[in-house]
Write a protein that binds this ligand. Structure first.
Ligand SMILES: CC(C)(COP(=O)(O)OP(=O)(O)OC[C@H]1O[C@@H](n2cnc3c(N)ncnc32)[C@H](O)[C@@H]1OP(=O)(O)O)[C@@H](O)C(=O)NCCC(=O)NCCS
Length: 200
């Protein structure tokens, strides 16, 4: 069952973010703290836009989520004003040269990396993560449909997703659903987009 996010879901969603955070696989122990990925890729979303978050609950257990923002530019502005100060208390600003982990930490200080050239047509963006037992059963497609439909209802024309180039399975999924590479997409930073749709 797909249902709207509730604040009491947060700790489970943070776990799922880590368990799917290495190009779709388990990222536990990959970085010096397992908080880093959810502090960048989950909790800012549920904090800024809890109404654009859904969870997948199967047999009473949360097995996945989709989080999104409808307006990436507004999210970036909020991040700069609100999230970066929160983040900076926990993660000191790294100095050059940057390690792989420090490149990630820098995202907390540079939310503008989320802005894509095609903002006008594809202002929304999303993250979706399902644990292995929930994968391959159509739930991902249903979650994306739900998002596209609700975005269309409020007049948002399109949604984009930025991919880890190593996550070829996710790319196959998005392309199957009709997402296409946007002009600003590059092999190192693939960006795929799709129009929203009223069909549910
Ligand atoms: C990627 C992910 C969201 C896909 O969700 P899912 O529920 O497993 O996918 P679905 O079962 O809804 O698949 C929908 C369609 O995409 C197709 N598809 C799924 N994975 C595919 C792949 N690797 N290549 C080609 N097509 C694929 C399915 O066959 C299905 O097509 P069909 O309707 O013709 O049968 C999910 O597997 C996941 O969360 N993986 C781990 C975390 C992750 O990688 N997140 C994405 C980060 S950008």
């Amino acid at each position: 069952m797909i249902r709207p996010y509730r604040p009491s879901d947060l700790s489970r969603l943070r776990e799922i973010c880590v368990l799917t955070g290495a190009a779709g696989g388990d990222a536990t122990g990959r970085w010096s703290t397992d908080d880093l990925l959810p502090d960048l890729f989950l909790e800012p979303y549920t904090t800024f836009a809890p109404g654009w978050a859904w969870v997948l609950e199967l047999d009473g257990v949360i097995q996945g989520y989709l989080v999104a923002v409808s307006d990436t530019a507004a999210f970036v502005a909020w991040w700069r004003d609100t999230w970066t100060p929160w983040f900076a208390v926990r993660y000191p600003r790294p100095g050059e040269p940057y390690s792989e982990e420090e490149e990630l930490v820098l995202r907390g200080y540079r939310p503008e990396v989320m802005l894509v050239d095609e903002h006008e047509g594809y202002p929304a963006h999303l993250h979706i993560d399902l644990l292995p037992p929930a994968q391959g059963r159509g739930w991902g497609a249903k979650l994306i449909d739900r998002l596209r439909s609700e975005l269309a209802d409020v007049g948002v024309p399109g949604v984009h997703v930025t991919l880890d180039p190593e996550n070829t399975a996710a790319r196959g999924f998005y392309e199957r659903l009709g997402f296409r590479a946007l002009p600003s997409s590059s092999p190192a930073e693939p960006v795929l987009g799709i129009a929203t749709s009223r069909a549910r």
